[in-house]
Design a protein around this ligand. Sequence first.
Ligand SMILES: [Zn+2]
Length: 203
Amino acid sequence: MGKSFVWPRGGPLDEAHAAALHFDAASGWMRPLRQVFSPNHSQRPAQGAVELLVIHAISLPPGHLDTLWIDRLFTNHLDSTVHPYFVNAAQLRVSAHFLIDRAGALTQYVSLHRQAWHAGRSSFRGRFECNAFSIGIELVGDGFLPYTEAQYAALIRLIEKLYAIYPLLVRERVVGHRDIAPQRKADPGPSFEWTRLDRALTR
Ligand SMILES: [Zn+2]
């Protein structure tokens, strides 16, 4: 399989794609899926079983809803001359496991066996450094604009896929970045409808 195999090409994570999507337990990658390889990851600690899903919002530069710059941010190829916001952003070394764009299309950047660098200083139920035991999912959005139907559908399908892989995951362990870093972060923001997860998730 090619290194940037895309299926369906740029399309949403619909029912057919979700049904075809499988987890390669050896590598920690889901396939077939758009893959972009971020170098921003590190080893999970021995006790770092995946017990938490963290939902984020990203809009780069702020207010823009395409994914080009997000791919570049996560691969350390953001050109700091393109936009004033990129001057600082280009210095960051960050990533997430998954991104869901406005059309509901899914990209994976980091193996699920590795820590992605999405949570920063954070804590969940008294445990610090949530990257160690979590999976990070970015939604393209600014936290105020409503997320799209396709994004919710893709997110719910992805979470159910992850439930099948990680038995410790339940609804109470699907949180926002704001829940684990409330002093610093507000994402996925007030426009994210948590009740959709309450209604749709199977556990
Ligand atoms: Zn975040």
